[in-house]
Design a protein around this ligand. Structure first.
Ligand code: ZN
Length: 267
């Protein structure tokens, strides 16, 4: 058994000059796997290169809603064609989904929906679990799943930060819910309440490094070593030990993404 950060972006250029130290701190915490969230073709290549240095980096390729917002429909279609040829190298597909926050132009909504639906089809075809980025688009995302169905390979809602009613809908769709840094903020009462109804077998732990830092890393980049604090917060809510939560959530992720489990690392 070893522990995995279910979602991070270690190929992010912002981390490149400090990655060796970040990986060493993560190893000292007992982390031995890092599932990536894919952004677009440039990021997929960076992940492939990084994996040669750090084999514990687990590639995941997908077209992120941010990338979709910044590119034309034909550029998105071109990227999806490349994605289809690379999914055999990827543990899952994503991040993919919808981000309807107001700072993204409404003109992008249709393109985001189109890329989301096409990636659902790819997930079905390649039998890859989905890494979902769903922000301010709960109703629209549920409608898409009602129309297209959830792929049998399932998926995870990354950085889930919603209410228990939303958690229940995602659970009913068969999805896992991944929680991270926002759980450690002072305004996390709603998420803490939601976690009470989510079975431990459906919970995943993530950092989303270098983004979404917990208060301890507010003035710097987030990094996978903060996963232990997330595990501790979940443990207190679920009445379990931190190690039990880390073990169970890693098992959940390994099962969902068909990852091997190695002997336990004690901390
Ligand atoms: Zn992400």
């Amino acid at each position: 058994m070893y522990w995995i950060d279910s979602h991070c972006h270690l190929a992010d250029p912002r981390l490149s000059d400090q990655l060796a130290q970040i990986m060493s701190r993560a190893r000292q915490c007992g982390l031995r796997g890092f599932l990536q969230g894919g952004i677009g073709p440039e990021d997929w290549l960076r992940q492939e290169r990084l994996q040669k240095t750090y084999p514990e980096i687990i590639s995941c390729f997908g077209l992120h809603p941010y990338w979709v917002v910044d590119h034309t429909s034909s550029e998105c279609d071109g990227a999806l064609d490349i994605l289809a040829t690379k999914l055999h190298l990827s543990a899952g597909i994503g991040e993919m989904g919808l981000d309807f926050r107001s700072h993204f132009s409404k003109d992008s909504h249709e393109r985001q929906l189109d890329c989301f639906e096409k990636q659902i089809d790819l997930a079905k075809m390649c039998q890859r679990p989905m890494v979902l980025h769903l922000v301010r688009a709960f109703d629209q995302a549920v409608r898409v799943f009602e129309m297209h169905g959830v792929p049998a390979s399932g998926g995870m809602v990354h950085s889930f930060n919603g209410a228990s009613t939303e958690a229940q809908v995602y659970l009913d769709l068969g999805l896992h819910l991944s929680v991270g840094g926002p759980l450690l903020r002072s305004n996390s009462a709603r998420l803490r309440q939601a976690l009470q109804i989510i079975p431990i077998e459906k919970i995943l732990l993530e950092t989303d490094s270098p983004d979404q830092p917990p208060p301890s890393h507010q003035d710097t980049f987030n990094e996978p070593s903060t996963l232990l604090a997330v595990a501790d917060a979940v443990a207190k809510i679920k009445g379990l030990s931190k190690i039990e939560v880390l073990n169970q959530c890693t098992k959940n992720l390994a099962k969902l993404f068909s990852l091997p489990l190695k002997p336990s690392v004690r901390s």
